[in-house]
Design a protein around this ligand. Sequence first.
Ligand code: NAP
Length: 268
Amino acid sequence: MGLILKGKPVREKILEELKSREERVLGVLRCGRDPGADWYLKGIEKAAEKTGDNIIPVSMKSDGDIVDAIEQIDNLKRMVHGILLLKPFPENIDMDRMIREVGPDKDVEGIHPENLGRLLLGNPTSIPTTPGAVLEMLKFYQIETEGKHCVIVGRSEVVGKPLALLLLLKNVWDATVTVCHSRTENLEEITRSADILIVSIGRPGFIKRRHVREGAVVIDVGINEAENGIVGDVDFDDVKDITGAITPVPGGVGSITSALILKNLHSL
Ligand code: NAP
């Protein structure tokens, strides 16, 4: 069986490194209650306890609109080093507008257009958190990317696309990158040519043994609710024997993202 790439030691190492730095303040804006958001915020709070950073949570009224949201963001901006927009927000609230209001200098999620533009130009500052978590995983377990074929399945704005740009960074990751999506032909053929296969599609257990080359590293970004609990996009039991290394779900990439929020907070 391949090496199991657990996220916890990666997370601990990131937090340990941040501990020695001057403390920072993170503002978290949310609207109403959501179990997923509660769980994510708890993870960030626990991480901040370890690093000594402070969190200012602000809740908007559940029937709040974009005017309220902008007012809250403007208030927060004066008090904090970075702002997290904790989803979900009501549909009537324009998320793009909110992100622009947060601005590039307070963008701990690495999703402001200016920060994404910097990433495209090869000079990222705030790194999108889930792609950042994948890279931290590769770094921690010393998985070589230079010249390797990294196949990413999924082209979302939050994971697949920014991850492809990061892995292409010259003199940093230097990978050869292929991005696949729902219209890709011969998906199996392409995924089987991967040295490193990264999957972010939101389909429980979609990637099977037939998609994976023997000895490949498999990184599963998927978080899906199934009958038997949270599962990834990779059928872990079907695939694990032939991989060189594989991330579990839960306990893999997802456990690192909250640490990345704080890492970005310290880099702004
Ligand atoms: P998303 O916005 O849900 O988009 C899914 C992507 O997968 C799209 O690009 C889609 O292709 C592609 N896709 C869907 N079915 C496919 C198929 N059969 N074959 C090939 N490609 C297919 O993606 P996301 O936001 O990246 O989320 C994906 C998963 O990651 C979800 O389970 C989510 O919960 C999880 N996630 C985890 C974290 C974390 O911290 N670990 C963070 C974010 C998301 P098209 O573009 O052609 O539609």
